[in-house]
Design a protein around this ligand. Structure first.
Ligand code: PRX
Length: 649
């Protein structure tokens, strides 16, 4: 293997290989089978799931439409719960949970299955049927997974909204999918504080703002809110506690048999336009790839304790906290709170306490740990770890090496996994017994996936030439549409190159065939692994009464990967001060959530525009990143703006 970019190549350690579930030869067999016929390969993986009715056609693909295992019928809870609960895994621990204050819970597969049956029957009594939508706005507690599985049990499509989203964002999502039920909690703990979820949900739904809602269910997590009073003022829908929802006698309740293409969930994600899109995922195809990638990328062993630190409100939490591990009968660990609470050793103390063997987190978290120094993890026994994972943003080689050395003691391979909300499951990743790794590269496509890198004119980019990352081949967990806006689905993903799904990322492939992701080429920024549309933030800034115009770009940041810089013009004679800057930032927290808050707000006299009035974000991006503007300014209407912008810096 040649080395590229002077990055060191890491081979899987003998320690890992010795204890691995799958060896190199068996992974090579998967690659060979997938290379010969990727559709048959995926069909073979689908057979690992429980089906009520087998399918006859593996895949029907006519871009942009793909259908996998179309005439087969299943319910994902048969694979994720029932087969374990009623089989030899009944007493196996499914969920180990720890709350931020230190409270703990354990649920076996049998207990989890029964809890899901009880919640599902409760929802059925509220009139929830296959095809209805249910919004879930919860802290990271076992009931979040129970609620998702209860929806899947009935065939109700769930829409999980991350608990960090504002009331406005929650309202928009409930209304876009016309959810019938909202499941929330009185609160959750984060950074030693209570996030008052029920109050935010109340704000979102009051005054008949969400006409489709018939019921709100509130879990008591904190115990500080009287939820029955909270929602009583409107009378537009019924409110009940989680305890009231649960139907104790539900052990005979059977899950609904569904078509493979039935929409399992909607998950909203940011794009180029202001309005987030509801990415729709299927049942059979989605679970096939979530389950296969979980067992293959994370080398699933029966005795593993797997910890994915993502929130269930993001796609990583869907595929690798909930569906993928449960489909494989794995034991998952789930932690409610923040990584640095009460101190920087929290994660490592839990790895020691729960004997976590596989740990999957985001580069942002790793960089935050690096700042506290290697002494912190060195105080804990991390010897249970055998494999580490990374997701959500490019991992810089320095963070990769730190993770490898100080968390993995040099013996744990790192799987840097590239994928997206839209792809549903991992697409590019090393397979730990097989793939030598290069820090900073997610390496190669997993078996059954083939990506291409194209030039602007659609021709293939050459070796090490940067281009657009696309897939011309369908894959089982690909998104099926944008909820309620199929045209947008076609336009956003399938119009740049005919017959190809465009990821929105740039990439290059080196001489070893390894993929190096260059980042987004659209108006999407990635802050601490959270994906945000710059237009969403711009619309929020305009909600502040003093703001006339805004343009949002990003600059690199040591900790969060990218940080948001907002350029803003103001009404007439408003005085510039720190207070105003804080107020403008607070507007974004209010409208979207604290995770979208700009790092810098720069008040400028005017924004650089072309003669046709388009804001030249490219110039602002350069200013925010390099402190200069020396690009092509020929299309700029008023060239004197450059001098002013530089002076205002
Ligand atoms: O730009 C890529 C980046 O995150 C985007 C997808 O974001 P989201 O839909 O929120 O899903 C994140 C979790 C799967 C991608 O278009 N990204 C994700 N993983 C990586 C990455 N960039 C580089 N390396 C990765 N491993």
């Amino acid at each position: 293997m040649t080395l590229f970019d002077d990055t060191a190549t890491h081979l899987p350690s003998s320690h890992f290989i010795h204890g691995a579930a799958r060896d190199e030869a068996s992974i090579k067999k998967d690659r060979k089978a997938a290379d010969e016929n990727f559709v048959e390969f995926w069909a073979m993986q689908a057979k690992e799931l429980e089906w009520r009715t087998p399918w006859t056609t593996d895949c029907h693909f006519e871009a942009p439409r793909a259908k996998w295992f179309e005439d087969g019928r299943l319910n994902v809870t048969d694979s994720c719960l029932k087969r374990h609960a009623l089989g030899t895994n009944a007493n196996k621990r499914a969920i180990l949970w720890e709350g931020e204050p230190g409270d703990t819970r354990t649920l076996t597969y049998l207990e989890l299955y029964q809890e899901v049956q009880k919640a599902a029957l409760g929802l059925r009594k509220l009139g929830v049927e296959a095809g209805d939508r249910v919004a879930i706005y919860m802290p990271l507690v076992p009931e979040a997974i129970i609620a998702m599985q209860a929806c899947a049990f009935l065939g109700a499509t769930h829409s999980v909204v991350f608990g960090g989203f504002s009331s406005d964002s929650l309202r928009d999502r409930i209304n876009d999918a016309e959810c019938k039920v909202l499941i929330t909690a009185d609160g959750g703990y984060r950074k030693g504080r209570v996030i008052p979820l029920a109050s935010i949900a109340h704000e979102a739904t009051r005054d008949n703002c969400c006409p489709s809602l018939e019921n709100v269910v509130v879990l008591k997590r904190i115990g500080s809110v009287d939820e029955s009073n909270l929602f009583k003022d409107g009378g537009f829908f019924q409110t009940m506690s989680w305890a009231e929802l649960i139907v104790e006698d539900a052990h005979d309740f059977e899950a609904t048999s569904l078509e493979a293409e039935h929409p399992l969930f909607i998950l909203y994600t940011s794009g180029t336009t202001g309005k987030p899109k509801g990415v729709v995922h299927s049942t059979g195809g989605y679970l096939t790839q979530a389950a296969y990638t979980f067992r293959t990328v994370f080398d699933h062993r029966k005795d593993d304790i797997f910890w994915c630190s993502a929130d269930v409100g993001w796609v990583t939490g869907h595929s690798y906290l909930a569906y993928g591990p449960l489909a494989n009968g794995s034991t998952i660990f789930m932690y409610e709170g923040a990584p640095m609470t009460p101190d920087a050793g929290r994660f490592w103390s839990m790895i020691e306490k729960y004997h976590i063997s596989v740990f999957y987190t985001a580069p942002t978290a790793i960089r935050a740990f690096m700042k506290h120094g290697p002494e912190v993890p060195s105080n804990y026994d991390l010897s249970s770890l055998r494999l580490l994972g990374s997701v959500g943003e490019p991992i810089n080689p320095e963070a990769w090496e730190w993770y490898h050395e100080h968390i993995g003691s040099g013996r744990c391979p790192i799987v840097d996994t590239w994928w997206q909300t839209e792809t549903g499951a991992i697409m590019v990743s090393p397979l730990p017994s097989e793939t030598p790794t290069k820090p900073g590269s997610a390496t190669r496509e997993i078996p059954g996936i083939k990506l291409e890198i194209l030039r602007e004119d659609g021709s293939p980019a050459g070796e090490n030439e940067s281009g657009y990352l696309v897939s011309k081949q369908p894959w089982p967990s690909m998104m099926r549409t944008v909820w309620g806006d199929d045209e947008r689905f076609q336009k956003t993903y399938w119009s740049k190159f005919k017959g190809a799904y465009f990821t929105g990322d740039s990439a290059r492939r080196d001489s070893d065939g390894y993929i190096w992701i260059g980042g987004r080429v659209d108006d999407v920024v990635n802050v601490s692994g959270h994906r945000l549309g710059t237009m969403e933030i711009e619309s929020s800034l305009l909600n502040h009464p003093a703001v006339v115009e805004s343009a949002v770009v990003s600059r690199p940041d040591d900790l969060s990967g990218e940080a948001i810089v907002a350029f803003v013009t103001l009404q007439g004679s408003i005085p510039l001060d720190k207070k105003l800057s804080d107020e403008v930032k607070a507007q974004v927290t209010k409208d979207i959530g604290a995770f979208a808050r700009p790092a810098d707000v720069r008040f400028v006299e005017a924004l650089p525009k072309t003669r046709s009035g388009k804001i030249m974000r490219r110039l602002l991006r350069q200013l925010a990143r390099e402190g200069v503007i020396n690009g092509d300014i020929t299309s700029l209407e008023d060239k004197s703006i450059v001098t002013k912008l530089l002076a205002e810096r």
